[in-house]
Design a protein around this ligand. Structure first.
Ligand code: ADP
Ligand code: MG
Length: 114
């Protein structure tokens, strides 16, 4: 095993929550993982376990109803993406970090130019 270089992406203590009158819903409750260069990582879990909310957190595309607990970090190129302004996140989204959405036959329709 080679010496680990800095991970390309590091998700640390990610806690996404939705405040409601009856208390907090916690779609993602303290998730941490990192992805090294050249590595392929799969998030696996049952339906409703928080895979989509975790991924959309990285993209900065969750509904504004979803908030992040203090201490949640998504570290990319030395910055916490959760703290970025939308203007700065737009420079990263689609250039450095992209997402193929669910239903790829629709998302990647070969006869539909992007
Ligand atoms: N905007 C939201 N408001 C309230 N609850 C949400 C919202 N988005 C997702 N959830 C809830 O968070 C949990 C995790 O959802 P999700 O990440 O879509 O799961 P998965 O992709 O693993 O099936 C589910 O219980 C879902 O209903
Ligand atoms: Mg999902």
């Amino acid at each position: 095993m080679t010496v680990k270089e800095n991970p390309v992406l590091k998700v640390k203590n990610l806690q996404a929550y939705v405040p409601t009158p009856k208390g907090e819903i916690k779609p993602v409750n303290n998730v941490s993982f990192s992805i090294n260069k050249g590595e392929i990582v799969a998030l696996v879990g049952e339906s409703g376990s928080g895979k989509s909310v975790s991924s959309l957190s990285i993209m900065g595309l969750n509904s504004s109803a979803i908030q992040y607990k203090q201490g949640s970090e998504i570290l990319f190129k030395g910055q916490n993406l959760l703290k970025l302004k939308e203007r700065d996140m737009r420079k990263i989204r689609g250039n450095d970090i992209s997402m193929v959405f669910q239903d790829p036959m629709f998302s990647l329709n070969p006869v539909h130019p992007m």
